[in-house]
Write a protein that binds this ligand. Structure first.
Ligand SMILES: *[C@@H]1O[C@H](CO)[C@@H](O)[C@H](O)[C@H]1NC(C)=O
Length: 399
């Protein structure tokens, strides 16, 4: 064997040995298991099993391992890489990891293969929506960490409405219904979707949480729509628009997201509704976000959570956090409130949630109404999120 042949034969091995193919730049176990909905049914439900599957199969199959990078999109985006690697997804992952200094992006602007991704100017914050979730946001990556839990269709970072006194028994939900479960598709319908640069726009017809003819789970402890109660909807999918415009960058800050939403209330609402609650939006976080806080807008200090103050969820080391802020002066009949709850911590379903909730009294029967709301979302360390929320409050006390 000549020296040259020896070098060529050894080189690919050397390159591979040098990179961590399960680096957070390309792989997040929670995103991986939740997004690749077939894995659960293969019994892959631990971090170790997820990593093993990614390394042994997922990479070469061209699966997406995290919200900010996808080998198929990376190859599609750069023609020199398509030329060099064709559909060799393994080589695409290795190239991305080895050429970070080139600052190439791991996704296709405008959307590709069921995912629509936007990012900020610094390209360290990525937000994406999927077809699996009807265009709802099911991934947000900052500092190479996944923030959003996309286990079933009731999580994500999404819009929803429920009504008093029917609750989940009449509950159009952007990402899908209860019976969409952890599966790959949804009863929600995408009407339009676009993602360019830092702006994502979607319109969908949301699934009702319970399908027509369905019932609330027998064990449910909901006060309204209690265990066994029937769905009040007469179809599976609400026939009117939910829309959103999501823009990264607000008040001069690149880790701030403006979430503008529009809910249509028309036609199919059951008689007897007294109040509409608009979750605009609610964010379901991964199991790592277990510290629930609020920002006291009076003192400017982070304090224990209280529903009247901007809500923050953080990891226990406080290095990763997300907070929400809604300016006053919006279209409500009752005070806006922030919700925050920490649930279980199991992999991969464990979650906690925050919400920005606007409330209206019932509309005249048969009327058609469009409700517009804006909530800002800050991402960073707990300190950065606190500063961001304060700046938003100073810049936009009112809409
Ligand atoms: C989104 O932006 C479009 C203009 O491009 C506007 O017509 C629409 O009302 C906006 N939607 C929301 C929910 O703010």
């Amino acid at each position: 064997m000549s020296l040259l042949t020896t070098v060529l034969a050894v080189l690919p091995l050397f390159v591979d040995a040098d990179v961590d193919l399960a680096s957070p730049l390309v792989f997040d176990p929670i995103f991986y298991v939740n997004t690749n909905a077939d894995l659960h049914h293969l019994g892959i439900n631990t971090e170790a099993a997820a990593k093993q599957h990614w390394l042994s199969k997922g990479i070469s199959e061209g699966r997406q391992g995290c919200g900010s990078f996808h080998s198929r999109q990376y190859l599609k985006r750069y023609s020199d890489l398509t030329k060099a690697y064709g559909t060799d997804y393994h080589q695409a992952v290795v190239h991305y990891l080895n050429h970070q200094s080139e600052k190439r992006l791991g996704y296709v602007d405008g959307g590709y293969s069921g995912r629509w991704t936007i990012s900020n100017h610094d390209h360290d914050l990525f937000v994406s929506a999927s077809g699996r979730m009807g265009g709802a946001i099911d991934s947000l990556v900052w500092d190479n960490k996944e923030f959003i839990n996309a286990w079933d269709h009731g999580r994500e970072l999404q819009m929803a409405t429920n009504t008093h006194p029917y609750g989940e028994c009449f509950n159009p939900t952007e990402a899908g219904g209860r019976d969409d479960s952890i599966g790959p598709s949804t009863k929600s319908k995408i009407i339009s979707i676009s993602s360019h640069g830092s702006t994502l726009k979607t319109t969908n017809h949301p699934a009702f949480w319970l399908r027509h003819g369905g019932h609330e789970a027998p064990g449910s402890k909901n006060r309204i729509c209690s265990g066994g109660a029937p769905a009040r909807n007469t179809v599976d999918t609400y026939g009117y628009d939910f829309s959103k415009n999501v823009t990264i960058g607000c008040a001069g800050m690149s880790h701030c997201i403006k979430f503008e939403s529009m809910f249509t209330v028309a036609g199919e609402w059951p008689a007897g509704v007294t109040t509409h609650n608009f979750e605009a939006p609610t964010g379901y976080m991964t199991k790592d976000f277990r510290v629930l806080k609020g920002l006291n807008l009076g003192t400017g200090r982070i304090q224990p959570y209280a529903s009247g103050q901007p809500v923050v969820l953080a990891t226990s080391d406080l290095k990763h956090a997300m907070g929400a802020y809604a300016p006053t002066g919006q279209d409500t009949d009752e005070p806006h409130y922030y919700s925050g709850i920490v649930f279980g911590s199991a992999f991969p379903s464990g979650t906690s949630k925050w919400g920005s909730v606007f409330r209206k009294k019932a509309f005249p029967h048969g009327s058609s109404n469009k409700l517009f709301y804006v909530t800002y979302i800050c991402v960073g360390s707990l300190d950065q999120v606190s500063e961001c929320l304060k700046k938003l409050h100073a810049t936009y006390p009112k809409v």
